[in-house]
Design a protein around this ligand. Structure first.
Ligand code: UN1
Length: 499
């Protein structure tokens, strides 16, 4: 099949054309218009084109079904070499694609380039996955028999990804899906089509056979159709808890396995003996990198009374001092939110809270009136709460940090658990008893001792508890659980060796 790639790297001022990769060919889309804009300067168009329509989606799934037997039967060096080549393409393009990421999504240039390199790292990890053990052998209670657990690919997988890590989250779903022999139909958030095309482009350049990965850029309805499509075997989703829950219900009705990575309201506990300089540094990074738009972002802090005044004073000063502006400017530390609508939603939640009893605004909280007013900018915002409040409970997905004080270290750790979410938490202390208590009682999927709540290494499991996640964990060897199915084989010869 002929494949013509999208045009080369688009710098400031250029407008890329949105295309979809359907069963091995780049297509123009037969759905509605899509205009992808720069959230720092909404009048600047980054990419333009058409959304995918239902015919393209159906062709993509058919392509994935048709390509599956050949890809599943490809011995692992063949699959691994393609993933390794894709990693090299990602690395080579990291500066250009990282800049596009900053322009399209709004995170800083350093974070954008870092994210493309992280995607490369993920592909490198999964490129060698075929060299690791792929099954288990058990003893049998019967003579002459062995029991083997064999992992097999599951079939065409639907991958649905959010805007906030436009290339890393797709990489950590697509790389293991492909490494274990599955084919993929991928629907990214329609606000980040350019970076989605870049990842697909890297895999095409690496030699991925047509149909093994299709990219359909569409809105919610296309995602819904994809999830329910009869050709799809499993669904992996990262996004909001609301959408995730609806997809879980749909998949439940279809008896279709689904893995979801959803919301977070991650707390950092700063205990009485904490290194305050470290804690302030890490909480600032956790709360405001990516403009707080990470499911792992620090959005709550509990600080023990003994150090609360000093911690809050230092934290507020640092938040006020962050440089907010165009994320492609290397001196800027925090860019805009993904869109004006996202900014307005966060602003409304903060404005609503500041009228309530027990809520004290310490930093930020109001929109810019200078040259940043047109962009989706918000200042780093810190709010102190005297007790419970919606700002304590609801995920805002923006640069807003809610602080509460606790009388004791024990109470601080208890407040970390005071959430329906359980993705990640951080505890700042060198007190071994507090660390052990946190390890045993804090109900989260990821626990950081003396580091920020965000971040995920590619070789270790990632995912949350409570309402943050559903189904097996992602990344590292944990990814095998979702992207393979097992067959327990009772293996016995039918008779003696000599017949
Ligand atoms: C990170 O903390 O670096 O959607 C990654 C999210 C998470 C990824 C976090 N699934 O923000």
């Amino acid at each position: 099949m002929t494949v013509s790639a999208p045009e080369q790297a688009s710098g400031a001022g250029t407008v890329a054309t949105i295309r979809h990769l359907v069963a091995g060919s780049w297509t123009d889309g037969d759905g509605g218009e899509l205009v992808d804009t720069n959230p720092a300067r909404p009048s600047e168009v980054v990419a333009r084109g058409k959304l995918a329509g239902t015919e393209e989606l159906d062709a993509a799934v058919q392509g994935a079904v048709a390509a599956f037997p050949g890809w599943a039967a490809t011995p692992f060096p063949g699959r691994g070499e393609i993933l390794a080549r894709a990693a090299a393409v990602l690395d080579a393009n990291a500066p250009a694609w990282g800049a596009e990421l900053a322009r399209e999504e709004g995170k800083t240039l350093a974070e954008g380039v870092g994210e493309v390199r992280r995607a490369a790292e993920i592909f490198r990890f999964f490129a060698t996955e075929g060299l690791r053990p792929i099954g288990e052998v058990y003893a049998s209670p019967r003579p002459g028999e062995q029991i083997q657990l064999v992992h097999r690919p599951v079939g065409p997988v639907a991958v649905i990804t959010p805007f906030n890590f436009p290339i890393a989250i797709p990489a950590w779903k697509i790389a293991p899906a492909l490494a274990y022999g599955n084919t993929v139909v991928w629907k990214p958030a329609s606000s980040v089509p350019l970076l989605a095309m870049r990842l697909a482009e890297a895999l095409v350049e690496a030699g991925l056979p047509g149909g093994v990965l299709s990219l359909v850029i569409g809105e919610g309805a296309i995602g819904g159709r994809l999830v329910e499509h009869p050709g799809i075997s499993r669904v992996t989703f990262t996004g909001s808890t609301g959408v995730g829950r609806r997809l879980i219900e749909r998949c439940g009705a279809l008896g279709r396995p689904i893995q979801t990575e959803m919301g977070g309201k991650n707390a950092a506990a700063v205990l009485g003996d904490a290194d305050l300089e470290l804690a302030v540094d890490q909480v600032i990074a956790g709360a405001f990198r990516s403009t707080g738009q990470k499911c792992t972002a620090t959005s709550r802090v509990v600080v023990t009374d003994a150090v609360a005044d000093e911690f809050v004073a230092r934290l507020t000063a640092r938040a006020d001092a962050l440089a907010v502006g165009d994320p492609t400017d290397a001196a800027v530390q925090m860019g805009p939110l993904v869109s004006g609508a996202a900014r307005d939603g966060v602003l409304a939640a903060v404005a609503g809270a500041t009228g309530r009893a027990g809520v004290r605004l310490l930093a930020g909280g109001t929109a810019y009136t200078d040259e940043r007013a047109d962009g989706a900018f918000l200042p780093p915002t810190v709010v102190e709460l005297a007790g419970d409040d919606p700002l304590w409970r609801e995920e805002l997905f923006g640069p807003v940090l809610a602080v509460r004080r606790a009388a004791t270290d024990r109470e601080a750790l208890e407040l970390v658990n005071d959430s329906v979410f359980g993705l990640s938490a951080a505890v700042f202390t060198d007190n071994l008893q507090a660390v052990m208590t946190a390890m045993e009682t804090v109900d989260v999927g990821i626990l950081h001792i003396n580091s920020e709540t965000a971040g995920a290494d590619p070789h270790v499991p990632f995912g949350g508890s409570k309402e943050s996640g559903f189904g097996p964990k992602e990344q590292g060897r944990a990814a095998r659980e979702f992207f393979t199915t097992t067959t327990t084989v009772y293996l016995k010869a039918s008779g003696p060796l000599e017949r």
